[in-house]
Design a protein around this ligand. Structure first.
Ligand SMILES: [Cu+2]
Length: 117
């Protein structure tokens, strides 16, 4: 009985932690700091599922002008955020991302990449 209770308590503590996780950006394409040619798609991969419909991606050029970006909500694995990129002129761009983690926390971050001529 004692072991059973201890087991249930351990399970009760372990399950929410596994199911509800705080989002961390693991990698992106283009990668942070990379310079690429004609990128057609922006893709971010997180450590767990993110609520795509409640997540945001913003792309700004070196002068701070926002570039049109549409998050592809219905595409890709649950731990990814993908967006179609417009034709980008050569230069440096910054991605501002915001996701809703499954633990309810809003997580934000930013990184830059370059587009080669
Ligand atoms: Cu969290």
């Amino acid at each position: 009985m004692r072991a059973l209770v201890a087991g249930a308590v351990a399970l009760g503590l372990a399950l929410p932690a596994a199911a509800l996780a705080h989002s961390l950006l693991l990698e992106s394409s283009p990668a942070a700091g990379a310079t690429v040619r004609l990128p057609a798609r922006l893709s971010l991969r997180f450590n767990n599922r993110v609520e795509k419909a409640l997540s945001r991606l913003r792309l700004v050029d070196a002068r701070g002008a926002a570039q049109p970006l549409t998050v592809l909500v219905g595409e890709g694995a649950a731990d990814r955020l993908d967006a179609a990129l417009p034709a980008l002129a050569p230069g440096v761009y910054r991605v501002d991302w915001q996701v809703l983690s499954t633990d309810g926390h809003i997580v934000t971050g930013r990184f830059s990449f370059g587009v080669a001529p």
